[in-house]
Design a binder for this molecule. Structure first.
Ligand code: SF4
Ligand code: SF4
Length: 385
C-alpha cells in the first residue's frame, strides 16, 4: 500500500504506531473539514436571510410611521381642556362618600362644609344628597333648583281573568311580595324589589309590569357647588332605586361628594359601593363607636378605602382614636365640640362660613383626602395594608 505523505505531528505519531489507524485519522480529519465548510456555508446563508427579513420589516415599519405621521398632522385638534388652578391635582373625577353607621353624627355637616371648601379652591364639585328618606343638604347649601324629575319603578300587576293561582310567582319571589291563595293572588307593591322574576315564570302570561312613582330627583346649583338631591315618596320603603337615580343625575365634576343615608343597610351600600374613598363620620359615644365598627366592616367587605372623622370630639375622649388605631384606619380629622357649630347648624349655615377655626380644619381635611385618594391602598382592608 502506498503511503500518503505525513503532514502533522499527530499523523506522524499515528503512522509510527499504526499505519491503518493513521489512514483512519486522516479520513476523519477530511470529513470534519468538509462538515466545517458546510456549516459555514449554511451559517452565511442564514445570516443573509435574517438580514433581508430585518430590512423588509424595518421598511414596513418606517412606511407605517410615515402614514401615521401624515394622518396625525391632518387630524383636527380638540381644544385643550381647562386645567385646575391648583397644582396638587389628584385626578379629574374623585368620588367621595360621607357615611356613618349611626344617624345624627354629622355626615351632612361634613359633606356640605367639605363641598364648600373644595369649591372655594377652584375645583368643580357636585354634592349629591343620597339620604333619600330625610334629605337635608339643601338646608345648608340653599340651592337654586333648576329641574326635578320623577323616579318610577316597575311593579308587577296580575290579570285576575288569566291567573290560575298556580303559585309559581309566590314560590319564586324571595321578598315575599306575592301571596297566592286558592281563589286569589295578591302582590304587595311595598315589598316588591322590581326584579321582574314573577313576570318571567308565570305560565299563563297573567302578569304585566306597570310604573309606579316612588320619588324625585332635583338638580340645581348652590353657588359654585352643583347640587343633586333624591327624595323618597312618603310610604315607599325601597329607597335604593332613588339613590341610584340621584347618583346618575350627578353632573360631571372633579369632586363628587355623596352624602350617604345613615346605617349600614341597602341604601347606604348602594351609595358607597362605587366610591373612591369612604369618609366615616362618628361621635365619641358608645353607640357612635359601636356603629363605626359596623361601617368599617362594610367598607372592608366592599373593598373601599376609608378614614374616620370624629365629630363633637373632646380632648379627654380618646376612644375614637383608640378604635382607629385598633382597626388600622386613619383618623382624618376631629371636629371639636363647639356651641358655635351647633348654632350655625340650627340657623342653616355652613360652619366654615361662621365659626373660627373651621375653615382651616376643613382645608386640612381636604388636603388629607387629596393625599388619601391619591394612595387609596394606604387605608384598604385590614390585613392587606
Ligand atoms: S304564576 Fe301566574 S298563574 Fe300562577 S299564581 Fe302567579 S300570576 Fe297566577
Ligand atoms: S318583581 Fe320580583 S320582587 Fe316583585 S313581586 Fe315579582 S318576584 Fe317579587
Amino acid at each position: 500500500m502506498e503511503m500518503e505523505p505525513v503532514r502533522s505531528a499527530r499523523g506522524r505519531w499515528a503512522r509510527a504506531w499504526d499505519p491503518v489507524a493513521a489512514d483512519s485519522v486522516a479520513a476523519w480529519a477530511k470529513a470534519a473539514a468538509w462538515a466545517r465548510a458546510r456549516v459555514k456555508d449554511r451559517a452565511v446563508a442564514w445570516v443573509r436571510v435574517v438580514a433581508w427579513v430585518r430590512v423588509v420589516v424595518w421598511a414596513k415599519a418606517a412606511a407605517w410611521a410615515a402614514v401615521r405621521a401624515v394622518a396625525w398632522d391632518s387630524a383636527p385638534r380638540s381644544p385643550p381642556t381647562a386645567r385646575p388652578t391648583d397644582e396638587n391635582t389628584v385626578g379629574p373625577h374623585m368620588k367621595l362618600a360621607i357615611a356613618s353607621g349611626k344617624g345624627g353624627t354629622g355626615k351632612t355637616t361634613v359633606a356640605t362644609n367639605l363641598a364648600s371648601t373644595i369649591a372655594g379652591r377652584g375645583r368643580t364639585v357636585a354634592y349629591v344628597d343620597c339620604d333619600t328618606e330625610a334629605p337635608n343638604g339643601h338646608l345648608f347649601l340653599h340651592p337654586r333648583i333648576e329641574d326635578t324629575v320623577a323616579v318610577e319603578r316597575r311593579v308587577p300587576q296580575i290579570d285576575p281573568d288569566l291567573c290560575q293561582h298556580c303559585g309559581a310567582c309566590a314560590e319564586l319571589c324571595r321578598f315575599n311580595a306575592v301571596l297566592c291563595l286558592p281563589a286569589r293572588t295578591v302582590i304587595y307593591d311595598e315589598l316588591c324589589h322590581s326584579c321582574g322574576g314573577c313576570t318571567l315564570v308565570c305560565p299563563e302570561g297573567a302578569i304585566r309590569e306597570v310604573s309606579r312613582p316612588m320619588g324625585q330627583v332635583s338638580r340645581g346649583t348652590a353657588g359654585p357647588v352643583r347640587f343633586v338631591s333624591g327624595t323618597l315618596d312618603v310610604g315607599v320603603a325601597n329607597s335604593p332605586p332613588v339613590v341610584r337615580a340621584a347618583k346618575r343625575a350627578a353632573p360631571e365634576a372633579e369632586w363628587t361628594i355623596l352624602d350617604a343615608p345613615p346605617g349600614t343597610s341597602c341604601p347606604m351600600i348602594e351609595t358607597v359601593r362605587d366610591c373612591d374613598y369612604l369618609v366615616l363620620v362618628t361621635e365619641p359615644t358608645p353607640f357612635g363607636l359601636h356603629d363605626l365598627r359596623l361601617a368599617i366592616a362594610v367598607a372592608r367587605s366592599l373593598g373601599r378605602p376609608c378614614g374616620v372623622v370624629v365629630n363633637r370630639a373632646r380632648p379627654e375622649a380618646g376612644e375614637a382614636r383608640t378604635l382607629c388605631a385598633e382597626e388600622g384606619v386613619p383618623l382624618l380629622a376631629e371636629i371639636p365640640e363647639d356651641i358655635a357649630i351647633a348654632r350655625a347648624y340650627a340657623r342653616g349655615r355652613l360652619a366654615v362660613e361662621c365659626v373660627d377655626g373651621l375653615p382651616a380644619l376643613f382645608e386640612n381635611l381636604y388636603r388629607t383626602l387629596e393625599t388619601a385618594c391619591g394612595a387609596p391602598a394606604a387605608c384598604g382592608p385590614k390585613g392587606r395594608q
